[in-house]
Structures are given as structure tokens and as C-alpha cells.
Design a protein around this ligand. Structure first.
Ligand SMILES: NC(=O)c1ccc[n+]([C@@H]2O[C@H](COP(=O)([O-])OP(=O)(O)OC[C@H]3O[C@@H](n4cnc5c(N)ncnc54)[C@H](OP(=O)(O)O)[C@@H]3O)[C@@H](O)[C@H]2O)c1
Length: 511
């Protein structure tokens, strides 16, 4: 969108939040709706109906949301925006396992339609535990709440995780299709709500500079990192049943990978983009039990220190089995077998309790073909890296070589830096604003299509299968606060490469 293009508010609708008393609603959904109101993107005829088991009144529910919004907000709240939103919030206590909850919900929605002009358009947001997705979809269908009639739309938003492996993802899709058309289903991956993730497409497809070099002829390899400095905190039982691979790779890391690797779509229509992403996933070389052993590394954090804070080992964390085999770190080497990327490895890594919190994509270019500088073999020159920084720093850096001033010919690596916050005046945002607005206007570009989800699980299923084989060796460990396990370094060293450091030293690299 250019500055001149202004977005219109979404059309009339009710947002029904299942799981309204939960963390996601408080921390992300309500703040996003408040931001959308301030941006003028919510319709006058708008309402929120929150559903959860906690027995409370609409009044108490609004007060609790107000208190948490005040806590989260970086600046004093805009009272009139909050009052506008609060006056549209209703709460319905009820168990989603009980069919009567849906009858009462249906009556509430009709009442709101009658008083607020919301026109029978409903967006059902599943902010509930993943184990409840299928059941709630079935009950919504049975209650007749999702049948669209001319001029009245019904949509659902499904949170992550979408399945825990390929069979469960397929089964969830099958259940959803019994009650919904594919275009009614919005499978969310909140990574796609981040400006910097969306910027990968703009960077690639709005700059003639990059297009000619974005391929195997010029790119040596790509590194995709999503590093967290926190441990499992209070989520031990969830995490121990999930692990780093399931939690991060088929969703967030593959989103980054597909955006970096896909061909330009024919247009910016949802299916055109999703088709291109799907082709990338389908081109990833299938893993075998042998390649899982050679190309995938998993590990657990042991005791250590992150930013001055002492960490216990993962297996000592509350609600984690002392003999756990769940990985808190995973690194993979993937090959995309198509014309653009043949021979270019994509190295992915993600983990908890690492030195820093950092999400970034490093595109490493090949060395210059030969060097004019006698004492500096070309392999010793620091390679050119394009770093796409997702969080916490947001922007893009280009690293290249320059002459270090002085009478002696010395070459040093320098950086050209673009920082989002410094360049653009950005508004406070959670990353969910665009996604919520897009659901209301039926733009599915930033949502996952069923086949894309299944392709992602298909890629990692051999890893899950291999890891579930009994009799495995003990997992490697890495100290909390480190850059990850030595085994992950070896994965790249074997190919004559190294990871870009998570916490780089600040002196310039010279050769
Ligand atoms: N929180 C995040 O940052 C985040 C980020 C990405 C994805 N997600 C996903 O979003 C979903 C919600 O996460 P969350 O962190 O908000 O979880 P949460 O804090 O545990 O909240 C779960 C909500 O679901 C409700 N609920 C559970 N079973 C119910 C039932 N049978 N009937 C009615 N309500 C029921 C709970 O209501 P009561 O407590 O009143 O019983 C509560 O409101 C999960 O799928 C999660 O994976 C969360």
C-alpha cells in the first residue's frame, strides 16, 4: 500500500472469542482490537462476544480486560477508544463441551445483531487449547452457527498448533471440512502478522537489485534462526509434550523459509501466494532415517546463565519429566530441489535458553571469484551477508568488505543498516492487528491453507518417526546462555560453513 491508499473499516460483524478468559485474549487479541479501533479499521456495527468457563459477568470481564490493557500499554490509554470497544464487549460463561452453550450463544448473537446491526456476520476465534479444536468445530457445525446465507458470512480462526504430526493435521482438516468450506477457515501463524516478515516479500519483489542474484548462482546458503533466551518457564507440561521441532519448525521457520525461497506469485491474491509457498515445501528433499541422523540435530539445555540469570537444566524444570527426551533445540539442513535453489543448503535452528532472543534470516552470498589482494586469499574475506532481522531488532543489514583506513591494505567487514523503528514512525502493535482485520475482510493471504500445513508436517514427519524409535541415545546438551550445542556447529562445519553468531562481538572483522 502506498501512503495515498487508505484502508476502509471492515464490514459489520461480531467477533466471538472462544477462550475469552485466557492469556491470548488478554495479551494479544484485545490490545490488537484496541489498536484497530484507534486506526479507524473497526466498523461502527461491531461487537465482541467472549466465551469461556470462568463464571463472571460482562461487567467484570470488561474490567479485567481494561486492567490488563492498561498494564500492557506503553502509553496512557485513549479513553474514548477503550469506551467505544468496551461498550461492544459481552461475556457468556459456558463450557464448550456442552451443546447448551451454543444455544445460548446463538441467542446472544441474534440479540446483538438486533441491537447493533452486525448483520449476522460472525468470526469465531478459537483461542482455546488445541485439544479442543475438533470438538468445538463439530459443535459449532451441529448448532448450525456456521452456515452462510447470501449476505451473511461465517468464518473461523484456528490458532497454532495445527496438529501435532501429519496424521493429526490431516484429521483436523478433515473434521473442519465437514462443517466449513476452505475459504471459511483462517489458520493463523502469528509470525505472518509481523511487519518484518511481510517485508521479506517486499524486499524481494519490489527491488530490482536483488532479483538477479537471488538464486544458486550467487547465494551460498541461507540460515534461518529463531532463538529464544527464555526457558520453558511455566509451560513445562505443554513444552515437554511438544518440543522445539513441533513448536517452531513446521510453522514459524517454514514461513520464513517459504518467503525467502518462493517464486514471485502471479499477483498478491491469497491463493497465488499460497501456491508458490506450497511449491517450495513440495520441493524440499524428503528425509530418510539416514538423513535425519546426519542432517538434524536436537539437544536440551543444561544448567547455565542467561543474561545474569541462573538457569536449571531443562529436565529439572517444573512439570518436565526428569528422564525427558524432548528437545529444546533443533537444527536442520534442508535442500530445496528446484532450479533456483539446487545445491544451496537452508540451515534452520531454533531453541530455548540461548544467549539472546533473536529471529533472523541470513542470506550468505558466494565469495568474490578471486582476490586482487595478494595476502588475502578469497576464502579469508568475510562473506557478504544480507541479514533480515525479524525480532527484537527489526530491519535489514548488508555486510560487505571495505578498506580499513591506513597505509597498509587491510580489508574489514562493514555493515549498511536499515532499522524499521528509526526509519518509519511505527504504531504500537502486537502483530495480530493485520491478521484480525484480514479475517474480517476475508483476505486469506497471510493464513495457512490446508495443503501448506500438511506439506510442512510431511517434511518433518520422518524426523518425528525417527525420534519416536525406542532405544535412542541420550540427547546432546548445551549450556543455558550459550549459542547452542556443538553438534549444530558440526552440522555446518561438515559443509565448510559456520553459523552467524547470535551474540556477535563488536569489533570489526578484518582480514
Ligand atoms: N498465549 C499465547 O501467546 C499464544 C500464542 C500463540 C498461540 N496460542 C494458542 O492460542 C490458544 C489459547 O492459548 P492461551 O495461552 O490463551 O491459553 P489459556 O490461557 O490456557 O486459555 C485457554 C482458554 O480456553 C478456555 N477453555 C478451555 N477449555 C474450555 C472449555 N471446555 N469450554 C470453554 N472454555 C474453555 C479457558 O477458559 P477457562 O479458563 O475460563 O476455563 C481459557 O479462556 C492455544 O491454542 C494456544 O496454543 C497462544
Amino acid at each position: 500500500m502506498t501512503d495515498e491508499q487508505k484502508l476502509n473499516p471492515a464490514g459489520p460483524c461480531i467477533l466471538v472469542i472462544f477462550g475469552a478468559s485466557g492469556d491470548l485474549t488478554k495479551r494479544l487479541l484485545i490490545p490488537s482490537l484496541y489498536h484497530l479501533k484507534r486506526a479507524g479499521l473497526l466498523p461502527e456495527a461491531f461487537a465482541i462476544a467472549g466465551v469461556a468457563r470462568t463464571n463472571e459477568t460482562s461487567e467484570a470481564f470488561r474490567e479485567a480486560l481494561h486492567a490488563s490493557l492498561q498494564q500492557i500499554a506503553e502509553e496512557p490509554l485513549d479513553g474514548s477508544a477503550w469506551d467505544w470497544l468496551a461498550s461492544r464487549i459481552r461475556y457468556l460463561p459456558g463450557d464448550l463441551d456442552n451443546p447448551q452453550t451454543y444455544e445460548r450463544l446463538s441467542a446472544l448473537l441474534k440479540e446483538i445483531d438486533g441491537t447493533s446491526g452486525t448483520a449476522g456476520n460472525y468470526l469465531f476465534y478459537f483461542a482455546i487449547p488445541a485439544a479442543a479444536f475438533e470438538n468445538v468445530a463439530k459443535r459449532l457445525g451441529a448448532a448450525g452457527l456456521v452456515n452462510e446465507t447470501p449476505g451473511h458470512w461465517r468464518r473461523i480462526v484456528i490458532e497454532k498448533p495445527f496438529g501435532t504430526d501429519l496424521p493429526s493435521a490431516r484429521e483436523l482438516n478433515r473434521v473442519l471440512w465437514q462443517h466449513f468450506q476452505e475459504d471459511q477457515i483462517f489458520r493463523i501463524d502469528h509470525y505472518l502478522g509481523k511487519e518484518t516478515v511481510q517485508n521479506i516479500m517486499v524486499l524481494r519483489f519490489a527491488n530490482g537489485l536483488l532479483e538477479p542474484i537471488w538464486n544458486r548462482n550467487h547465494i551460498d546458503h541461507v540460515q534461518i534462526t529463531v532463538a529464544e533466551s527464555i526457558g520453558v518457564e511455566k509451560r513445562g507440561s505443554f513444552y515437554d509434550a511438544t518440543g522445539a521441532l513441533r513448536d517452531m519448525v513446521p510453522n514459524h521457520l517454514f514461513q520464513l523459509l517459504t518467503l525467502v525461497a518462493m517464486e514471485p506469485p502471479a499477483c498478491f491474491e491469497a491463493n497465488a501466494t499460497r501456491n508458490e509457498k506450497g511449491k517450495v515445501l513440495e520441493s524440499i528433499r524428503s528425509m530418510t532415517p539416514e538423513s535425519v541422523k546426519s542432517d538434524v540435530v536436537r539437544a536440551q539445555y543444561s544448567t547455565g546463565n542467561v543474561n545474569g540469570q541462573a538457569f536449571r537444566a531443562y529436565w529439572q524444570e517444573p512439570h518436565v519429566s526428569p528422564v525427558t527426551s524432548t528437545e529444546t533445540y533443533v537444527a536442520l539442513r534442508l535442500m530445496i530441489e528446484n532450479w533456483r535453489w539446487a545445491g544451496v543448503p537452508f540451515y534452520l535452528r531454533t531453541g530455548k535458553a540461548l544467549a539472546v532472543k533473536k529471529s533472523e534470516v541470513i542470506v550468505r552470498f558466494k565469495h568474490a571469484p578471486f582476490t586482487l589482494f595478494q595476502d588475502t586469499p578469497v576464502e579469508q574475506l568475510t562473506p557478504n551477508d544480507l541479514a533480515l532481522m525479524i525480532q527484537p531488532d527489526e530491519g535489514a543489514n548488508l555486510r560487505f568488505n571495505a578498506k580499513v583506513p591506513g597505509p597498509v591494505m587491510r580489508i574489514g567487514a562493514v555493515e549498511m543498516k536499515f532499522n524499521y523503528g528509526q526509519y518509519f514512525k511505527t504504531q504500537a502493535s502486537t502483530g495480530y492487528e493485520t491478521l484480525l482485520y484480514d479475517c474480517m475482510i476475508a483476505d486469506a493471504s497471510l493464513f495457512q491453507r490446508a495443503d501448506n500445513i500438511e506439506s510442512a508436517w510431511r517434511i518433518i514427519q520422518p524426523v518425528l518417526d525417527d525420534w519416536s524409535t525406542p532405544g535412542r541415545d541420550k540427547l546432546p546438551v548445551y549450556a543455558a546462555g550459550s549459542e547452542g550445542p556443538a553438534e549444530a556447529d558440526k552440522l555446518l562445519q561438515r559443509d565448510g560453513r559456520t553459523w552467524r553468531r547470535l551474540a556477535p562481538k563488536h569489533e570489526p572483522e578484518t582480514s
